[in-house]
Design a protein around this ligand. Structure first.
Ligand code: NI
Length: 258
């Protein structure tokens, strides 16, 4: 029997080639685990098209489309027109993942910032929330969000950082979405942020096929395992799983126009 607990994976890449052999089974296991909704995230134009196609084929899947900082240097001329056209489809519920990445540094910081700001402005114009990717770029991400996206609906995807960074993101009005690393026993700073932030500002995600939670760390991740993230969050908050799952569900409904 499927669980009565209703979970949401707010960030997955199920269209990834890593799922080509068994995508239907992966989606079935998610449903079995109580994952009633999945938000499929694009990171360039082809993956955004794939996210949209997946969402249009499955009632429980919604899509977010955008250019991630590690892919902005590949964007063709006129990318804005195609992104806008995709964003107009009813199953598209956000612009992302967008942001800054100084780990891979595939594009110069100034170029990353230009694409980031342009997509933040597009999302504001389209009245869609933004899904933020930030890696080793906390200061610049906060600076850009602080002056370009204050009060705009948004989510810090796979939030990683301490309470001070969490507080700065919350102060801009952004939600924090926790993924597999929340379940790692040694992630004490992350645990503290997850305990102290208002529950109304939290989401759960997998970032499948990446960031598999404990005790499946290192394996290919899949949306069913968002349950492990939600269980860890419930334990940290000293609340029952159903209470946390319900609040996270409401938070997702508030931010994404599903
Ligand atoms: Ni992602």
């Amino acid at each position: 029997m499927p669980s009565e607990i209703r979970l949401i994976d707010t960030h997955a890449h199920v269209a990834s080639g890593q799922f080509d052999a068994d995508r239907a089974e992966v989606l079935a296991r998610a449903a079995e685990a109580g994952v009633a909704r999945i938000i499929e995230i694009g990171y360039d134009l082809p993956s955004s098209r794939a996210a949209l196609a997946l969402a249009e084929a499955h009632p429980q899947i919604y899509a977010v489309v955008g250019l991630q900082p590690n892919h902005v240097h590949e964007a063709p001329e006129g990318w804005q027109d195609e992104l806008r056209a995709m964003a107009a489809r009813p199953k598209v519920v956000g612009i992302g993942e967008i942001g800054m990445d100084y780990h891979w540094m595939k594009a110069a910081p100034a170029d990353q910032e230009r694409f980031f700001r342009e997509q933040l402005a597009m999302a504001r114009q389209l009245r869609l929330p933004v899904v933020i990717h930030s890696r080793e770029a906390q200061d610049d991400t906060l600076r850009i969000l602080g002056d370009a996206a204050r009060g705009q609906p948004g989510i810090m995807h796979s939030f990683s950082g301490d309470w001070e960074y969490a507080r700065a993101c919350l102060e801009i009005g952004f939600l924090l979405s926790f993924s597999g690393p929340l379940t790692f026993p040694k992630a004490t700073e992350l645990h503290e942020a997850a305990r102290l932030a208002p529950l109304e500002m939290l989401l759960t995600e997998t970032d499948s096929p990446y960031l598999s939670p404990h005790p499946q760390r290192g394996k290919r991740n899949e949306p069913a395992r968002v349950r492990l993230v939600a269980e860890r969050l419930a334990a940290l908050r000293d609340l029952p799983l159903d209470a946390v799952a319900d609040q996270v569900w409401q938070n997702a409904e508030r931010i994404f126009p599903m």
